[in-house]
Ligand binder design. Structure first.
Ligand code: HEM
Length: 128
């Protein structure tokens, strides 16, 4: 399958996670448990599909240092999202700083996915 099609699955899952996250933030506490579970599962599915995609890519292609740094940024953003997400999921919530880190990590993830897609597309990896 073409690389860009494979990248579409984690991208769509992360976009759905962002949409449910924004929806969650506009609700008053206690948070809707179904919406929160959907948000977490979409995030988990996005992280797993992204990890599988990168594992397949690493096996087939020699990455430039720039792409490796972008992959590292995406991984750091996902780890930060899960840690801050766990803190925000507590019944009494977390400080505004934690929500800000969750939002900034979301931005970092989006930017690194765009850069990853862009650089891999430019290096014409159409082999997956
Ligand atoms: C790829 C992973 C994730 C993305 C992209 C993501 C994205 C978002 C976004 C954009 C928001 C709205 C933030 C705002 O209004 O400024 C949000 C809210 C939230 N997220 Fe996530 N999230 C992710 C993972 C998680 C995980 C794993 C958890 C739980 C373990 C979680 C728990 C929450 C909670 C509880 C809120 C509501 C916070 C509040 O308004 O008090 N998120 N998320």
């Amino acid at each position: 399958m073409h690389f860009m099609q494979t990248l579409l699955t984690p991208v769509l899952l992360f976009l759905s996670s962002i949409a449910t996250g924004c929806w969650l933030s506009h609700k008053v506490r206690p948070l809707n448990p179904i919406l929160l579970t959907v948000h977490k599962l979409l995030a988990l599915a996005g992280a797993v599909t992204l990890a599988l995609l990168l594992r397949n890519l690493f096996r087939q292609v020699d990455f430039s240092i720039a792409i490796l740094i972008v992959c590292g940024l995406a991984a750091a953003a996902v780890v930060a999202l899960f840690i801050t997400g766990a803190l925000l999921s507590r019944p009494d919530g977390a400080s505004p700083a934690v929500l800000r880190i969750h939002t900034i990590a979301t931005g970092l993830l989006v930017i690194s996915l765009i850069m990853m897609g862009g650089s891999l597309f430019r290096s014409r990896i159409g082999i997956l």
